[in-house]
Design a protein around this ligand. Structure first.
Ligand code: PEP
Length: 243
């Protein structure tokens, strides 16, 4: 399985910065897939700037409905039309700050797939849940309730306590959780569950990428802070195992 290195720009970036970033990221290594997920208004300029480069563009959210009276929201077909190929869904920052439930996430997944987007569905436990020994149970429950039974797409395991903190789980902890996620995916989706890419996200940077990306069942990374510098995202992609 080729590794996917996905940059989540969150609420950063400007129109003026797209051209230089796109020019730099086009030097992507050819043994890994790369993806940039900027704020909505930068999707179309990025898609134009990266056309033909092999680096894909994605969004950070979409609505669960095809269209309608939803002020401030964006539907999945419009994202596709703007040039997005992927969409991040159920990121913990959206689950926390926007009250997104597993049911919301599942509706968004269905809307995204119907529009031709590949969803990247985020799951992960809080520090308190990990301390209470509930991490695997929480993640499994998020998966079962966020993914429709015919899910196609990508899953990202992002422990909340590792996002933006500089902390990361041990490689053994990542291996254990990715193994549990794989088992849950197969139980929920059948054979198709064996094909789903499972990314790791949470404080991935050039210095820890090689060890995290080499963990069994880690098929790539969802990268927040370090994705803002193209040289860091490229270094992370270069650290992905070959083949
Ligand atoms: C994220 O928010 O998806 C993320 C992984 O952030 P960071 O890499 O900054 O921890």
């Amino acid at each position: 399985m080729r590794h996917l290195i996905a940059g989540n720009w969150k609420m950063h970036g400007t129109l003026a910065g797209v051209a230089a970033y796109a020019a730099a990221i086009k030097a992507a290594p050819d043994h890994a897939d790369m993806l940039i997920c900027p704020p909505f208004p930068l999707i179309e300029p990025f898609a134009r700037a990266l056309a033909g480069s092999g680096v894909a563009v994605g969004a950070q959210d979409c609505h669960g409905a095809a269209q309608g009276a939803h002020t401030g929201d964006v539907h999945a077909s419009l994202l596709r039309e703007a040039g997005a190929a992927y969409v991040i869904l159920g990121h913990s920052e959206r689950r926390e700050a926007h009250g997104e439930t597993n049911a919301h996430v599942q509706a968004k997944v269905q809307a995204a797939v119907a529009a031709g987007l590949t969803p990247i569905v985020c799951v992960g436990e809080s520090q308190a849940q990990r301390d209470a020994g509930e991490a695997a149970h929480v993640v499994k429950s998020q998966l079962i309730h966020s993914l429709p039974a015919d899910f196609t797409g990508v899953v990202a395991y992002e422990p909340i306590w590792a996002i933006g903190t500089g902390l990361t789980p041990t490689e053994d902890d990542v291996a254990a959780m990715h193994g549990a996620i794989r088992a849950a995916l197969i139980a929920h989706l059948g054979e198709a569950g064996a094909m789903v890419k499972i990314l790791y996200g949470g404080s991935v940077k050039p210095s820890n990428a090689a060890s995290l990306l080499a963990v069994p069942e880690v098929a790539g990374a969802l990268v927040g802070g370090a994705s803002l510098k193209p040289e860091d995202l490229l270094a992370i992609a270069a650290a992905a195992p070959r083949g």
